[in-house]
Design a protein around this ligand. Structure first.
Ligand code: 4GX
Length: 241
């Protein structure tokens, strides 16, 4: 999959794709991340990319022409991709959206700064507007990194290992059960006996119960749309006491 990132701060992307899984995915040709500096497409002497808002008000707005030129340049070099604007007013990013995007061949991510971009760019070029959460950041660069990270790991071959079970609807709807590794005792805290027992069926049951417990405590909203068995529902009633 190809990602083109439009930004006035390409230097911010120096490191996130150069480690571990994403680095290997790039080397293997599974993902291709290209940075496009919007400033390079500003044609005035000082390469200005922002201007005052019509109608007044605080802050600056990104000018339409440099973004439009950058988008046309990307399209000319690598064809029409799905154009995504990162913005707090977008549809909230989640695993379902990540999965949908992982089926695309080419994503073009626009990272806005200041108060945002000229509305006419959104109307003419943007296919989807996505928010990574209900808080205000200083720019769309970190959201773009989040989207590329979450989408990339869903591309076949990127994680390397066999089909990851988290993608099964059964466990996807719940928070993770607690994980332990050696040593069996750490600062007086023991690993639960069942995990050392080698009794696979009991381990599966324990993990399901702990995932339900954790979800009930931290994210009860997730239980409403979760794919729950009759047994799960009984466990939840017992947990509620
Ligand atoms: N999830 N921000 C974008 C500037 C902006 C505003 C409107 C386009 C349209 C954010 C988020 C986020 C702050 C990035 C405002 N650009 N983006 N920026 N939360 O808060 O995605």
């Amino acid at each position: 999959m190809r990602f083109d990132i439009l930004t006035i701060f390409p230097e911010m992307f120096a490191s996130p794709f150069e480690h571990s899984i994403l680095k290997r995915a790039r080397e293997a040709g599974l993902i291709d991340v290209q940075l496009v500096n919007i400033r390079d497409f500003a044609e005035d002497k000082h390469h200005v990319t922002d201007d005052y808002p019509y109608g007044g008000g605080n802050g600056m707005v990104m000018k339409p022409e440099p973004i439009a030129k950058a988008l046309r340049d990307v399209e000319g070099r690598s064809g029409k991709g799905k154009v995504i604007l990162l913005s707090p007013s977008g549809k909230r990013f989640d695993q379902g959206i990540a999965k949908g995007l992982s089926a695309e061949e080419h994503l073009v991510l626009i990272c806005g700064r200041y108060e945002g971009i000229d509305e006419r760019v959104r109307e003419s070029f943007v296919d989807e507007e996505i928010s990574v959460g209900d808080y205000i950041l200083t720019g769309g660069e970190l959201p773009a990194m989040i989207i590329i990270d979450a989408v990339s790991r869903l591309i076949p071959g990127v994680l390397g290992c066999a089909d990851s079970p988290e993608e099964e609807s059964f466990s996807r709807d719940l928070l993770e059960y607690p994980q332990y590794t050696r040593p069996p005792e750490f600062e007086g805290k023991r690993v639960p006996d069942v995990l050392l027992s080698g009794h696979h069926a009991e381990i599966v049951k324990w993990r399901r119960k702990e995932a339900l417990r954790k979800t009930l405590i931290v994210r009860p909203d997730l239980l409403e749309k979760a794919d729950l068995s009759r047994e799960d529902k009984k466990i939840i009633e017992d947990l509620k006491g």
